[in-house]
Design a protein around this ligand. Structure first.
Ligand SMILES: [Zn+2]
Length: 403
């Protein structure tokens, strides 16, 4: 019997989260419709909605209920504008701070330099920038609900701990606990790619999918995996690793010390430097005409440039092999590609797809769909997902209702 009150609290929290999620996704929505979709009794819906309305997290609104002879009806929608949260994206050399309301709408975002060598400690640099940011935008600040941090580092999200971030020489840093003590706010910490994958699964290209793999091809090559609705982690690490799987036996030396890692083949910088090397033998390639960037590379692919197409096909094959293995391991519904190379997806995707069909179990490969991510990994967008997740599971809502 001891565990019962906790159990009831947990059910209550889950139900509040579920109702909030449905209002977010379908609002304005009537209480009757909400009761059907949530599979909760009308009396429970009335109670939960009253609490959400009293806390100003949900509001009533008149809307045209088309199913009810086109008459105006009373519906529910989120009341997001008076609640803000801070997004913090820690990059290599820069820090992006963004203020958003609970609907995720961006209020203001600043990109600030965050040099690796600084007289102040890493934590002091971050907290000083956050203080200055709040100082600058005090006039548009509403009630703060949370801080959400994303970083491309080995992190422990449950402990709010950055385990290893070599660029800033940071190890075992309890940034979550430190900021929580300083502000009293819940602090979320997540690896950037994992946060992005969660965003795609909650409200992006993989909405309503329980099993997804997201391949990120950027400066770094990475992967996010959600299976049975759960984010997979590599042991205590926050992200699974594909960038450092060997794909060329005697390939280029990688930053990790090994030879021929996938990242040395498909990382954007490596793609561009390979293209530059090969240009010498193909003087009439379109790649010669412009400053070589990922955008001009994709344009050359799309215009049918043979060299550019050969390079992107080669990348497609190497990525495809790894994806095929992952399809066999995880049997996902969707594979998302998040990359600036999506500008040439009509060339890249068929190559990856062919690899999957050729190398993965047909029963798995036949039903998997390869699609582009809905979002680009820009600004503080991926940091939104931790807050959405905590709203949808009810934990953050219960926190806000306590006041
Ligand atoms: Zn490597």
């Amino acid at each position: 019997m001891d565990g019962q009150p906790g159990h009831i609290d947990q059910i209550k929290q889950t139900n509040i989260g579920a109702v909030y999620r449905l209002i977010d996704q379908y609002g304005p929505i009537s209480r009757i419709e909400l009761s059907k979709k949530a599979q909760l009794a009308p009396a429970s819906i009335t109670k939960i909605v009253r609490e959400l309305v009293d806390t100003h997290l949900v509001m009533e609104t008149e809307f045209l209920d088309l199913g009810f002879r086109g008459r105006p009806a009373t519906g529910l929608k989120l009341d997001s504008e008076s609640w803000h949260f801070l997004c913090v994206s820690i990059g290599l050399g820069n820090l992006i701070l963004g203020l958003r309301d609970l609907s995720s709408k961006l209020i203001v975002e600043d990109v600030l330099p965050l040099p690796a060598s600084n007289k102040k400690s890493f934590l002091d640099c971050i907290t000083d920038e956050i203080d200055a940011f709040f100082g600058r935008y005090q006039s548009c600040l509403e009630r703060l609900t949370a801080i959400s941090i994303t970083v491309n580092a080995i992190v422990d999200p449950t402990k709010g701990l950055i385990r290893n971030l070599p660029y800033y020489q940071v190890q075992e840093l309890s940034i979550g606990e430190y900021l929580h003590r300083r502000t009293g706010l819940p602090v979320f910490l997540q690896h950037e790619i994992t946060a992005w994958t969660i965003a795609e699964s909650l409200y992006g290209a993989a909405k309503n999918c329980k099993n997804i793999i997201q391949i990120v091809i950027d400066e770094n090559v990475g992967v996010g995996v959600i299976i049975a609705g759960q984010t997979l982690h590599a042991g205590n690490g926050s992200v699974m690793e594909i960038g450092h799987i060997q794909v060329e036996l005697d390939g280029e030396r990688c930053d990790c010390g090994n030879l021929g890692c996938l990242e040395t083949v498909a990382g954007i910088n490596h793609i561009l430097s390979r293209a530059k090397q090969q240009l010498i033998t193909v003087p009439d390639s379109l790649l010669n005409c412009e400053p070589l960037t990922v955008e001009s590379f994709c344009q050359a692919v799309n215009k049918g440039d043979t060299l550019a197409i050969d390079i992107i096909r080669y990348i497609g094959v190497k990525i495809g092999h790894i994806v095929a293995i992952m399809v066999n391991l995880f049997n996902p519904e969707k594979i998302l590609i998040g990359s600036p190379l999506n500008a040439s997806q009509q060339i890249l995707y068929p190559v990856i797809n062919e690899c999957i069909q050729r190398h993965a179990l047909p029963a798995y490969s036949e039903q998997v769909k390869l699609v582009a991510t809905e979002f680009n990994n820009s600004g503080t967008l991926s940091a939104v997902s931790s807050v959405k997740k905590a709203l949808y599971d009810g934990s953050l809502l219960v926190n806000l209702m306590k006041g």
